[in-house]
Design a protein around this ligand. Structure first.
Ligand code: SF4
Length: 375
């Protein structure tokens, strides 16, 4: 059967005779090669509308806390890591970490992401103590993404624990979220070329399964713009969609969201050229159309700045306004901290916005709401 945009549109709208509302990998490839931007926007909106109100998006304020830059994974695209004996390697102390949390809550933010590296000095006890102290000090007024999938796997192995054992200990310390970081491109050919020590696709997905089975929340991520092929990109999407199918079809919890951002080629071994916003936005639309079983598609303000808000037209429904992320900033990302300006870009793209609470008792926002009511 000939693939056309109108036949895919009918399919997504459930008007195709066979009643299949989902596109195949072959159709995704065809769309990438042949569909215009307007067509991608239209198709992505059909899938977006299954989950979200049109012209409305959610956002949150988020700070990445880079608690250590020591890492032995040596990915060639990384601008951030230092090896254990390097003079400028660091592990931040708790006071430094608390001050980073306090700075963001003072301006109304309540979500933090911890991101370090494969630091051979930091075993599970370090993380139990750190996250336990954070939960003790801040309770439910903030929330945090404790680790990425690959960090978790590294720490478990370093500590001679199974991943479920490591997860049980972290959960007892107050951890509720892990993120899908460390995915980049989920194709073993890509990982062998650029990050052979960062685990295979099977190991990564198995760890995702363990996280969700432990009752924690997790997300999916993807980074594009290295030297990955279209086939490798499609493999990534297919792996994530199949995984989410497996979870949801057996009545289990699935991945909360999918976030894609772009590689920044500065100050690292791999180098290269940045891809343009047009390619990012087209890819975002393809993600929305193909990943029909993940509710939230997030657009990356951190790596795309103003253009990221155009991503709302290409199927995204959520974004964070990043306060700090050393990893991507060292690779060339420019942090846009002006909340009003970022929200203005979303409004210009045609979207109303509202804050998405992750913390169950976000004191700063409750206080703001009460103040606004004059109480
Ligand atoms: S990308 Fe992450 S895992 Fe890879 S070298 Fe950098 S810090 Fe380490």
């Amino acid at each position: 059967m000939n693939i056309t945009t109108s036949s895919i549109k009918e399919q997504l709208q459930n008007q195709a005779p066979e009643g299949n509302k989902r596109i195949s990998r072959e159709q995704a490839e065809w769309l990438w090669k042949n569909a215009s931007n307007d067509e991608l926007i239209e198709l992505a909106s059909i899938v977006r509308d299954r989950y979200h109100k049109p012209n409305h998006a959610t956002y949150l304020l988020m700070r990445i806390i880079n608690y250590t830059n020591i890492c032995v994974a040596k990915c060639d695209y990384c601008s951030f890591y230092r090896l254990p004996r390097d003079k400028d390697g660091y592990v931040r102390d708790n006071q430094w970490i608390f001050s980073k949390i306090d700075e963001l809550t003072a301006v109304g933010g309540d979500l933090f992401g911890f991101n370090g590296g494969f630091n051979p000095q930091l075993k599970i006890e370090y993380y139990e103590e750190l996250f336990g102290k954070i939960r003790q000090k801040y309770g439910d007024t903030i929330e945090f993404y404790a680790l990425t999938v690959v960090e978790l796997l590294y720490i478990a192995r370093l500590s001679k624990l199974s991943t479920p054992e490591a997860l049980a200990r972290l959960k007892a310390a107050g951890v509720r979220w892990i993120t899908g970081g460390g995915a980049e491109i989920l194709a073993d050919s890509f990982r062998l070329r650029h990050s052979p020590l960062k685990y295979t696709v099977a190991e990564y997905m198995e760890t995702q399964r363990d996280i969700l089975d432990a009752g924690l929340n997790s997300t999916a991520t993807m980074v594009i713009g290295f030297d990955e092929s279209l086939d490798e990109r499609l493999s990534h999407l297919e792996t994530v969609r199949n995984f989410q199918d497996e979870r949801l079809n057996s009545g289990k919890n699935g991945l909360f969201s999918f976030l894609c951002w772009t590689y920044k080629p500065y100050n690292n071994e791999l180098g290269g050229e940045e891809i343009g916003s047009d390619e990012y936005l087209r890819h975002l639309a393809l993600c929305r159309i193909y990943l029909d079983n993940i509710k939230h598609l997030r657009t990356s303000v951190l790596t795309q700045n103003e253009a990221a808000l155009q991503g709302l037209r290409y199927g995204a429904d959520d974004f964070d306004v990043p306060w700090e992320d050393e990893v991507t900033q060292m690779a060339g990302a420019i942090v846009e901290q002006d909340l009003e300006r970022v929200l203005g870009y979303a409004h210009t793209a045609g979207f109303e916005t509202s804050y998405r609470h992750v913390a169950s008792n976000s004191r700063t926002f409750q206080e703001r709401a009460l103040a606004a009511k004059g109480k």
